[in-house]
Design a protein around this ligand. Structure first.
Ligand code: FDA
Length: 394
């Protein structure tokens, strides 16, 4: 079978691959995008609760984790959150800022998928779904790729197959295998932006709190996030926990302040003075769900009227509220993780073009790289910025 020939073949029709394809096509390159899934952009479709948190207006290199924190600077500067936003606006997609610079579609996340696939079609790009890359080798012209639909050749090959999170919707370790095939190093990978789990004994104790959500400051070392925290039947979740999970390692404790910004010792003392008949849980319940206030108070042995509590007891209760130290036993893993931490070592890649320094024409973009964003639209921004950078070079 005579191979079909393209300037650019992109493996992975996710956020990075589709965006890169549109950019390359706009420059007049012939493009083929291949995905083993039945539909393109599945993670975009399910992201942000179906509304896609497509970028963060405050995105900057400090919101990303990588062994080389400087690598992402160039791409993020050359294609910014404002640049992506202007594409969204040009397309007529209505959006809003939810909180902390996080931009969401007013309507459905599929609007973003359609914008990307329409852009690809407009530049004559070909999208081939339910197709597997069985073999990749170098050829005189660039690369030879044996696809399940037949052989293709290309001068530039872009690997945009993402990380390992949510295998149920098509995630695979494919990018890492290809990187290793071509002699590139892959750093240790682990689930990121993931709920944390507790051992059975602790789970049993916090069972009455399942489903309770509260505003909290969750910290790991010097890193802290002020966002919502959710008690689950496995442990803890919610944005504050997902954020800190990127920094947490097995065996580490995390710190939880259930009343950030307040001084509960002072508030409880004042409440005791003004009305000693009221209970501590009533005072605390003004800052958090009542069931949680009751739980913490009972656990700290501070139930009953405030008049009966000494300063030491109130200090103990305030410490339980402000400085809860807990050691998660693990995480929910790739099954629910939003991203993969670690990935293809950026030292082997050119930061301007995302090309492998040792293999001309071979590019890696998106989540497959050792560049991981915080929760809040940063990971899609990395997909757009790295996809754009490669799109200018292929
Ligand atoms: P992505 O995973 O999007 O695409 C990879 C593509 O490659 C997929 O289409 C896959 O099928 C395909 N593929 C894999 N292996 C293959 C193989 N062997 N052959 C062919 N194709 C293959 N981020 C954010 O900024 N805002 C948000 O709101 C959210 N929300 C969110 C919710 C949930 C539930 C998840 C799981 C993740 C998020 N994220 C997010 C993270 C975001 O989805 C993620 O960082 C980007 O989709 C990464 O884009 P990529 O294109 O690199 O990979």
């Amino acid at each position: 079978m005579t191979p079909r020939s393209f300037d650019v073949v992109i493996l992975g029709a996710g956020a990075a691959g589709l965006f890169c394809a549109g950019e390359a096509g706009r420059r007049g390159r012939s493009v083929l995008v291949v995905d083993h899934a039945r539909a393109p952009g599945e993670k975009i479709r399910i992201s942000g609760g179906g509304r896609c948190n497509f970028t963060n207006i405050h995105a900057s290199p400090k919101n990303f984790l990588s062994e080389n924190p400087h690598f992402c600077i160039s791409a993020l500067k050359r294609f910014t959150a404002a640049d992506f936003l202007s594409r969204v606006e040009a397309r007529g997609i209505a959006w809003h800022e939810k909180t902390l610079g996080q931009l969401f579609c007013d309507g459905s996340a599929t609007q973003i998928v359609m914008m990307l696939t329409d852009d690809l079609a407009a530049v004559g790009g070909v999208l081939e779904l339910s197709t597997v890359a069985e073999e990749i080798t170098r050829s005189d012209a660039g690369f030879f790729v044996r696809l399940s639909s037949g052989p293709v050749t290309c001068s530039s090959l872009v690997i945009a197959t993402g990380g390992k999170s949510i295998p149920k919707i098509g995630a695979s370790g494919f990018a890492y295998r290809i990187a290793e095939q071509f002699g590139l190093r892959v750093t240790e990978t682990r689930p990121g932006l993931v709920p944390l789990t507790f051992e059975p004994h602790l789970l049993e104790r916090i069972k009455p709190l399942t489903g309770v959500s509260t505003q909290a400051r969750v910290s790991h070392g010097q890193t802290a996030f002020d966002e919502a925290l959710l008690f689950t039947h496995r442990g803890l979740s919610g944005p504050a926990i997902l954020q800190v999970s990127n920094f947490w390692r097995e065996g580490d404790a995390i710190g939880i302040d259930l009343v950030p910004g307040a001084d509960m010792f002072a508030e409880l003392r004042e409440a005791r003075q003004s009305n000693g008949k009221q209970e501590a849980q009533t005072v605390i319940g003004r800052s958090m769900p009542k069931v949680l206030a009751q739980f913490v108070t009972a656990n700290a042995g501070a139930a009953g009227p405030l008049a009966g509590q000494g300063d030491t007891g109130l200090q103990h209760l305030a410490a339980a509220l402000h400085r809860w130290q807990v050691k998660p036993s693990g995480s929910e893993g790739y099954r629910t993780a939003e991203v993969t931490l670690g990935g293809i070592d950026t030292d082997g890649l050119d930061q301007k073009t995302m090309a492998a320094k040792s293999v001309p024409g071979l590019h890696f973009i998106g989540e497959a790289l050792d560049v991981t964003g915080w929760l809040g639209g940063y990971n899609f921004q990395w997909a757009w910025s790295s996809g754009w950078a490669a799109g200018q070079a292929v």
